[in-house]
Each structure stands twice: as C-alpha cells, then as structure tokens.
Design a protein around this ligand. Structure first.
Ligand code: NDP
Length: 402
C-alpha cells in the first residue's frame, strides 16, 4: 500500500491518474498536483474515488515541491508535467526521500536540446539516499526500451540493429494539431535528426530521410528518421547494437503546416517584443492550437509503435524480431477520456510505478527502463490495455543503406 503524487494534469497525467485509480491494491492514495489545481479537480471528479485527491504546485520551484511532498509524504512521484521540471522535481525528491519516475528527459527551456547527462548526473545522490529514479517510462521512451530488453533477454545473443518505429494512423479531423504538448512536440520534430552507426552519431537535416514502412493492421505509411532520446541509453546498455534509429510517421498535411509554422517564425523559442510585452512565439502558438486533450472525442484509427531488431539468436544464428503494440484512439478515449498518444504514455508510467511499489523495480540510483527486468512489466502491459505482439524472422523492411 503506497501513496503516490502525480505531477501534471494534462493528457498524460489524466491517463496515469485513471490507471493508478484502477489499481487501488497498489496505489493506496493518489494525489494529483499541478500548476492549475482546477484541472486536477476535474480529473479527480471524473475518477470519483475517495482515495484520489488534488493539490497545487509550481514544479519549477524546489521549495514549493518540498512543501507539497511534506504535506503528503508520498512514496513515489510520477512526473508527467513537462521536461523542463525534471531536475527541480528530482532535487525535491532527494530533499524529502521520495522515489521518482518520469516519461521524458530534461530539456532546458531556452535550448531545444535533450540528453540524459543532466539526469544521469544524479545517479550517485539517488543511490546514496537509497532512492530509485526511473527515467523515460512512457511508450517511446519507455516501452520501446522494455521491448528491447525483452528481446535481449529472450531471443538474442547479440542485437545488431534496432529500428524503433512509431506510427500514428489516427484522424482527429483537425487541419493541424499535435498529439501531446505542442511546444515539446514541435521542438522535438524540428530538430536535426540523428542516428547511431558503428559507435558514432550521424547528424541529418530535420526529417531528411524517410521511407515507406508497413504497420500491422494499418498498411504503408511514410516514416521519417528523427532523433529520439531512448537511442542514447539503449546503445550504451546494449553495446552490441551497431545501428540504432528512430522513425515516426507524418502525413503530408501535417508536414506542410509544420513548414509554414517554421517559415513564418512561429516555431521560435526565443523571446520577441510584442506590444511592449515579451512573448515566445512557440508558446503563443500553443495557446491557439487545438488542445491535445480535446482531440479524443472524434479520433478514429490507431497507433502502432514497436521495435524492429536484427542480430544473432541464442544459438548464434541470424534472426529478425518485430515487437509492437497497436492502440485504438476510440478505445483509449472510452476508457480515460484521452486519445491513444496520451494513453500509450500514461499506461506504462502507471506500470513503471507499480513495478517499483511492488518491489520488482526497486534499484537505488537513476536508471533507464531497460536496466530493469522486462518480464513483470510486459505481463502487466498485456493486461492493462496495451497488448503486444511478436513477429519472428519476418522482413523488417527498414532501409540498410543509411
Ligand atoms: P500537457 O501540456 O497536456 O500537460 C502538462 C501538465 O503539466 C499540465 O497539467 C501543466 O499545467 C503541468 N505543468 C506544466 N508546467 C508546470 C509547472 N511548472 N508546475 C506544475 N505543473 C506544471 O502535456 P502532456 O500530458 O501531453 O505531456 C506530459 C509529459 O509527457 C511531457 O513531458 C511529454 O514530453 C511527455 N510525453 C512522453 C511520451 C512518451 O512516450 N515517453 C509521449 C507523449 C508525451 P497547466 O495546465 O497549468 O499548464
């Protein structure tokens, strides 16, 4: 029996809260805390369980977080606010003896750059304090790392290539909308691409490489090479991987809008003077774009995210392996009121917290998900709404020319 605080009451926080509340045997008390408490209240009202309460916190402020933790004395905090808050929340955890989990690595507000170094720097302090920090426990990062660890444990003696493939074949009926926080999403997509080849990182222009890949139950979709944070930890934790890449699908309409947004300066993250006031264009854009949380109602179609891996099997013979989950936007909305992108992030975050609280992923220090035993996580994934499927020795389709 353990109390958790969920920080963030956006699309992902809403799903995490719903899913934790379904497992009262593990999550004895749940506090949803965010900058705007009325949003937490709305989530708690929808869940309507006496063990779910709300509070308010400015997670940019360590003292405010410490006061929140002291008021509630949680065992663990599930951080589903924004990547900007990761370090302040980790600091507060160390001050109050609280374990930590998040779904996205730290990013400074003024540079669109993400890497694990800032959070890995906390390893010794968490270890000495006897506290566990689980990094990147959404779908990708998150399940993508657990899938890779599962492949390594059960199928491969040496993995050689890893392609993480992320397809959203949904239709929300809007001309342009992002599926999670627009500011974080657009910063991620407009960066240079990067992939790992023969112990080196190769940088590409944004969305320079693309190819058509077939997704189960969906069909062919144009998939673009992006840099994604889990590549950084996976190539360290599985050093036999020679090539690691990440692909995400985008429709032409989405890309055209994105190009215009960039060309007219609306993707800028520096301050500009407007009517005597300083504004950041990308933050202003977020205020006028559709709210990702409101997309769920009319969202049709599904997501399909997985890992395509090649290497040598346990007997040293060449093999390929594809493991994936498909998630329906409609089903996700029916269960939690949120679309599948929030759902596929929130469910793994709940399971990661469950793994820690039930003693299966209790390892003081700061860890990426692939460092833990994948089996109990995979068991829960299958029964908590994200069933997974495997294809052995099929055609991975991914290009070998890069
Ligand atoms: P939203 O923008 O919908 O929600 C963010 C929430 O955090 C809001 O409730 C917001 O409050 C709150 N918040 C922001 N700043 C603060 C602060 N200083 N103090 C307290 N609360 C704050 O985002 P999403 O739910 O779409 O995404 C949440 C996280 O999930 C992001 O970090 C995102 O990168 C990550 N993610 C991870 C994925 C994965 O697969 N690993 C996939 C998708 C998302 P307010 O409403 O007041 O602004």
């Amino acid at each position: 029996m353990s109390k958790v605080i969920i920080i963030g009451a956006g699309g992902v926080g809403t799903v995490v809260a719903h899913k934790c509340a379904q497992h009262h045997d593990v999550f004895s008390e749940i506090v949803i805390a965010s900058r705007t408490q009325s949003k937490c209240d709305a989530v708690a009202r929808a869940i309507n369980k006496p063990w779910v309460s709300t509070d308010r916190v400015d997670a940019d402020n360590v003292d405010d977080l410490v006061a929140l933790f002291n008021r509630h004395n949680p065992k663990m905090v599930i951080n589903v606010a924004l990547p900007y808050q990761d370090l302040t929340i980790m600091e507060a955890c160390l001050k109050c003896g609280v374990n930590y989990l998040d779904t996205a690595n730290y990013e400074p507000k003024d540079v669109a750059h993400f890497e694990y170094s800032w959070q890995w720097a906390y390893r010794e302090r968490f270890e000495k304090a006897g506290l566990t920090a689980i990094l990147g426990c959404g779908f990708d990062p998150g399940v993508s790392g657990v899938f890779t660890a599962y492949a390594a444990k059960h199928y491969f003696s040496a993995m050689e290539t890893l392609d993480i493939v992320d397809c959203n074949a949904g239709n929300h009926g809007k001309a342009f909308a992002t599926n999670f926080n627009p500011e974080i999403n657009i910063r991620e997509i407009t960066q240079n691409g990067r992939y790992y080849l023969d112990k080196q990182w190769v940088t590409t222009e944004p969305l320079q490489y693309h190819c058509s890949l077939n997704y189960p139950n969906i069909g062919p979709r144009e998939s673009y090479l992006l840099y994604h944070e889990e590549l950084e930890s996976l190539v360290q934790n599985f050093p036999t991987i020679r090539r690691a890449r990440f692909w995400m699908t985008f429709g032409q309409e989405y890309l055209t809008h994105l190009r215009v947004i960039q060309n007219i300066g609306m993707a800028r993250i520096d301050e500009v003077e407007y009517n005597g006031q300083k504004i950041v264009p990308l933050q202003f854009l977020k205020a006028v774009l559709p709210n990702p949380q409101d997309l769920g109602k009319n969202y049709t179609g599904e997501t399909s995210i997985g890992c395509r891996i090649s290497g040598l099997d346990k007997d040293g013979k060449p093999m390929t392996y594809y493991i994936y989950n498909n998630c329906s936007h409609h089903d996700a909305f029916t269960e939690t009121g949120m679309q599948a992108v929030s759902y596929t992030t929130g469910v793994p975050a709940m399971i990661g917290a469950m793994m820690f609280l039930t003693g299966k992923w209790n390892m003081p220090g700061v860890h990426n998900v692939e460092e833990f035993d994948p089996d109990p996580f995979m068991e829960q994934l299958a029964v908590c709404g994200l069933p997974w499927h495997e294809i052995l020795n099929g055609d991975l389709e991914v290009p070998n020319t890069l």
